[in-house]
Design a protein around this ligand. Structure first.
Ligand code: F3S
Length: 424
């Protein structure tokens, strides 16, 4: 790979051993994928992983340095980890720092998460703890390069904001945060951002549920190729696009999509395809919508013990809507309602009084985590309901819990009555 003089100096140790190791890792990564050079990233969204060992006392950073060196820098030699050079935030970890006992998180996991948060703060890793960093200020402008890890956020970055990122991993985000660089390949390059399949949308896709179903159906068909949706009559909100992104990344591996006339690189179908012909033309109509809906209903028992909302994490608007639906009501005795949001959004919900309404009704707003990441659900959960195709898909495959999938209103209603009454 071609390196600048600054990058060569970083590789050779001008900024310390950890940065030299990070640069070495990026060079090996870039060479493996055929990148010609490195590029500067404006933000890094990275996960925190643990080695599962009991946490040492706060302030003892040596175990963190050893652990970071091994898992993030691919180094058996433990090096001192300096402060990050890139604007970096965390994706989720296993616990809500206040409600971890309600969540069912063990004391040991709590102590490890607490220790890691302390260490991450020390190196300047912003404690966003969300799969939706764009809800808390990490919003790239068109053409800006990022190094993001979370699969539901990557298609949003590429498609909706016009930013540029591949789905990075632990090691590459670790190296990117210490250097501010990432190899220039994949979705960073114009030629890899053009559409592959034309999707003719023949049915009015209106609600958040419709957008999630369309993303889920098309993701399964195209896998990691780029679909170009055409014929959309109703301008989608950011939340609808979030459902579409997360769903396409879970049923397939969609990292980018275009919507003709809506997303920034699809002013027309021709621009979305870069004047190439589509590899195939797909249809999305009522039958396809129903097919995706039925595939997501893995439950048959109408008794619902657990309602999960906020996948990807909710914005303040959704929390406000839920608080209005719950005002003066109470959820069913045998049911649980957990709503997930970034901690910065919850701070606003607290001040606005929405949290108090939801808690008075028997629900919780949880932060920094989600059931799939923490692998925790309320005790006794046999059937759950969600408005997220991604959560329905993963909870059923990871935790073997059957799901009802529907709109936010269907789900809030299920929490209130303890029964699923949603219909297609
Ligand atoms: Fe976020 Fe967890 Fe869903 S990471 S996208 S809430 S599965």
């Amino acid at each position: 790979m071609r390196l600048t003089n600054e990058e060569k100096a970083m590789r050779d140790g001008s900024c310390g051993l950890a940065v030299a190791k990070a640069m070495d890792l990026l060079i090996r990564y870039g060479d493996a994928v055929g990148a010609e050079n490195l590029i500067d990233v404006s933000s890094v969204s990275a996960g925190i992983i643990t080695d599962g060992k009991t946490a040492p006392g706060k302030g003892d950073t040596a175990p963190f340095d050893a652990f970071f060196s091994e898992f993030y820098l691919d180094s058996s030699e433990s090096v001192k980890i300096p402060r990050v050079r890139a604007n970096t935030c965390t994706i989720l970890h296993e616990m809500d720092s206040k409600l971890w006992q309600v969540q069912g998180v063990s004391q040991k996991t709590h102590d490890i998460c607490d220790y890691l948060e302390d260490c991450c703060n020390r190196i300047g890793f912003a404690p966003a703890y969300t799969c939706a960093p764009y809800l808390v200020g990490y919003v790239p402008v068109k053409g800006e390069h990022c190094a993001w890890m979370e699969s539901s956020a990557v298609p949003l970055c590429n498609s909706v904001f016009g930013g540029r990122t591949n789905t990075e991993g632990i090691e590459s985000t670790g190296a990117a945060m210490l250097t501010g660089k990432i190899p220039n390949w994949g979705y960073h390059l114009d030629e890899n951002r053009r559409g592959h399949y034309l999707v003719e949308v023949e049915h009015d896709v209106i609600s958040g549920r419709d957008w999630g179903l369309m993303g889920y159906y098309i993701g399964h068909v195209v896998q990691e190729k780029i679909p170009v949706y055409s014929g959309i009559k109703n301008l989608p909100s950011l939340r609808k696009l979030m459902y579409c992104s997360a769903a396409g990344a879970s049923s397939g591996g969609v990292e980018m999509f275009h919507i003709v006339g809506v997303t920034p690189e699809a002013y027309t179908a021709e621009t979305a395809f870069g004047n190439r012909k589509p590899a195939d033309v797909l249809k999305f109509g009522k039958n396809e919508l129903k097919d995706a809906y039925e595939r997501l209903q893995t439950a048959s028992d109408p008794d619902v013990n657990f309602v999960m909302l906020g996948c990807p994490h909710y914005s303040l608007e959704e929390i406000w809507r839920i608080s209005m639906m719950l005002e003066g009501k109470h959820i069913a005795d045998h049911s649980n309602l957990w709503v997930f949001a970034p901690n910065a959004i919850k701070a606003m919900a607290d001040r606005a009084g929405y949290t108090a309404v939801i808690e008075k009704a028997g629900g919780y707003i949880m932060c920094d985590t989600c059931p799939c990441i923490a692998e925790t659900v309320p005790a006794g959960t046999k059937v759950f309901a969600t408005d997220s195709p991604k959560q329905a898909h993963h909870m059923h495959s990871i935790m073997k819990i059957p799901a009802w999938y529907g709109s936010m209103e269907d789900c809030v209603n299920a929490a209130l009555t303890g029964r699923w009454e949603g219909e297609f």
